[in-house]
Design a protein around this ligand. Sequence first.
Ligand SMILES: [Zn+2]
Length: 150
Amino acid sequence: MLIVTKQISLSIGHRLLNYEGPCKNIHGHNIKLEFVFSPKLYGPNPKDGFVVDFGKIKKELGEWADETFDHAMIINPYDKDLIDFLTDKSKCFIMPDEGSIGLSNPTMENMVVLFYKKALKFAERNHIKLHSIRLYESDTAWVDKINEID
Ligand SMILES: [Zn+2]
């Protein structure tokens, strides 16, 4: 089976609420994202020679990620102090309210779900399968979200 991977890099800021560790402070990460796709069906290579054009991934997913998250502060919707202080002064992305502080925190685990949902729609439009998304917080720490539905 063929799988193709496109990597993009983003610089983001965040802080975590209800958390005792360095990420409770406002700080930044240079994160990397890997979008991994495969053909829908097992079999020979696609007729045009591509699973999906890397340029198309860069244009559709990369540009969206850049515009939405690059050099933005990623904020928990329960973080009213930061929202009040920052949203009219700087690029921000407010995480979806998932019903609790923990589920709405801008952790790599919660953020990878955002990228996954967007990549799933891209895959459907392009008649390919989303294999997985990998989100690197650093060179030595990352989160994978694997598509377990065939
Ligand atoms: Zn952090």
